[in-house]
Design a protein around this ligand. Structure first.
Ligand code: GUN
Length: 278
């Protein structure tokens, strides 16, 4: 089998166009507002935040980016979040991760009001996601679900194997697949016989951060493969999936770049719109 491509760039652009059209019809005091906080000068984080700022501007969301030095004190960061929590024109607050050493990630995320937690990382929203109650879903997993739905394949009853157990992707995508009635297994660095587990899957989500980790021999013929990896190898972007061998076995596959990446930003815009309550 040669896999069909799931075109994340195109699907993301349709989402953004729809949002842009809706926002253009709003009154000035209804425009969704997004505050993004970047602490330190991690180059990848800087690029991601720049993309978020640019996309927000393109679709008409009011965005403010706070670029703070890596030496920022925890109390100062918490004070900024406190101000944004109280600011009526800010509907979504995002703190770009990872934070520099010395800052307590959990305390920082918990300081965001759950109603403004546009990433869905606050414990209240994580809990809501797992009990299946209405919540702001984290952007990357939400984008993955949209990509899976774009294939038209029924998810109910499918075996899904998630490779990676991060709080940003692995755990929330497992919750979301579970709520769509998949049988979900989460694999990680200590999993025994990971290739055997992966070979059971009708759906593989690779989010482990290791270039070309998933190879064709780990894929059941006809599986859907979602590659969340963004690894830089010799100046080139490479996913967690070895594209050539895996696309020979899979039915659907996401490319890197142009798969999951654009969806994360589109879903951030959608979450901001959702939190603005329009
Ligand atoms: N770092 C990598 N991905 C993300 C994300 O989706 N949100 C935030 N806040 N930080 C990230």
């Amino acid at each position: 089998m040669t896999a069909s491509l799931i075109d994340g760039k195109k699907i993301a652009s349709e989402v953004k166009e729809r949002l842009k059209a809706k926002i253009s019809g709003l009154a000035a005091d209804e425009i969704p507002g997004l505050a993004v906080i970047l602490v330190g000068d991690d180059p990848a984080s800087s690029v991601y935040v720049g993309q978020k700022e640019k996309t927000a501007r393109e679709i008409g969301i009011n965005s403010r980016v706070y670029r703070l030095p890596a030496t920022t004190a925890q109390d100062d960061l918490l004070a900024l979040i406190g101000n944004l929590n109280e600011s009526p024109d800010v509907h979504g607050i995002l703190v770009q991760l990872p934070l520099p050493g010395g800052l307590d990630r959990d305390a920082v995320i918990t300081a965001i009001r759950p109603e403004k937690d546009v990433d869905g990382f606050h414990v209240v929203n994580v809990g809501k996601l797992w009990i299946g109650s209405d919540a702001v879903a984290p952007c990357t997993p939400k984008g993955i679900m949209a990509l899976l739905d774009s294939t038209g394949v029924e998810l109910k009853g499918k075996e899904a194997v998630v490779i990676g157990r991060s709080g940003i992707v692995g755990k929330p995508i497992a919750a979301m697949l579970l709520s769509r009635h998949c049988t979900v297994t989460i694999c990680h660095s200590r999993t025994r016989n990971l290739p055997d587990v992966a070979r059971r899957a009708d759906i593989v989500v690779a989010a482990i951060g290791m270039p070309n980790f998933v190879t064709g021999d780990m894929i059941k013929p006809g599986a859907i493969v979602i590659d969340v990896g963004i690894n830089r190898v010799d100046g080139r972007l490479v996913g967690d999936v070895e594209f050539e061998s895996v696309s020979a076995a899979a039915s659907w596959i996401t490319p890197v770049p142009g798969g999951v990446g654009p969806m994360t930003i589109a879903m951030l815009m959608q979450n901001t719109f959702q939190l603005a309550g329009i």
